[in-house]
Design a protein around this ligand. Sequence first.
Ligand SMILES: [Zn+2]
Ligand SMILES: [Zn+2]
Length: 394
Amino acid sequence: MNAPEFDTKYILTDCLCCAILSHQYILEGGVPFLSEIKSTSFAEDAESLGFIVFMQVAAMFGDQKGGVVEKPDPRAGGDIVVVKIHAVPMCTEYKGFIHGGTGEHFGHEAAGEVVEVAQPGRIQVGDRVVVQPQNACGECQMCAIGEHIHCRRGRRSSIRDLIDGEVASATYAQYMHKMEDLLCLIPEGVSYEHGGMACCGLGPTFGAMEQMQVNSLDTVMVTGLGPVGLGGIINAHYRGARVIGVESHPYRAELAKKLGAKVVLDPNDEDILDQIRDLTDGVGIDKAVDCSGASAAHRLMVDAARSKGQVTFVGEGGEFPLAASRDMIRKGLVLRGNWHYNLGVYPKLMQMIQNSPEQIDTFITHTFPMREVQKAWELQATGECGKVVLYPWE
Ligand SMILES: [Zn+2]
Ligand SMILES: [Zn+2]
């Protein structure tokens, strides 16, 4: 059966024969294509008949308008596999939305199922996976020690040369391309939503706590309790530390307490440093993570840390004044930056996720079908949420 030539628009059925018989597909530029397809096997049948099948991806149209647009389904090539995305944790993309941004390429966090591979390898069709951010060479010193996030070489072979058509690297989408090296298996019994928290939700602060070896003897301060900082509360609490949060938004302060923060201080309080000293017998905090990126929070971490304490910068930010003698030498302070986490600790992170189902359900405050991405971005703009997850297939 060949794709016949009709010019009717839109297919809204999951049966290829019905679609063809009722002319429910689009012909554009002489090429038949299908859209609004929910079934993978149907899409494969249609592709084998010469149709171009379209997937949905989220888009910003400017003026704080969002929705979905269609793009061709990606196909595997070389070590680049196709992942059918089931859960999309939302990150800071909403900041572009607030400023009237436009585009059709959003997201760097996803969990899904591998639906196509082009060559035998570590990853098989049917594997449930967490999609790691970025691409990497897989060979340099950083990649060799699990620090793919710091790979400076990037991929040796262009993804474009390995696949047909456009590279699909957005995660606010029904499908995406990914190099198999950067897919981590989700253990049985862990949902896609929970698995997806191994991206920015829990990952960067897990990496920070690993580096500082946070434990039950520590008082840990987390500044900036957005979707990353709230994950920091979960991480520090899981390790048995006493957790002090710093956040001015009442919704987030309340949520942080539900997730294990002993106390949440308001960064606008002029005496915040005194409050921290009172909470720590005048000594200061042992370890701190900033997730706000605000220079004032960076300064607060340095000032609130005890002598020989440790602070880690996770939230992206600008410059802030630091005095070599006062802040570092005479204080013996350890300052670190942490972007993501070493892939070698992924099993430990997944173990924490498996052991904390209720907390993660509390952390994920809202879910939306991807076609309602505008509502999701509007919600994020209010700050009245924890982690928000999109479903591309609802
Ligand atoms: Zn590398
Ligand atoms: Zn993120």
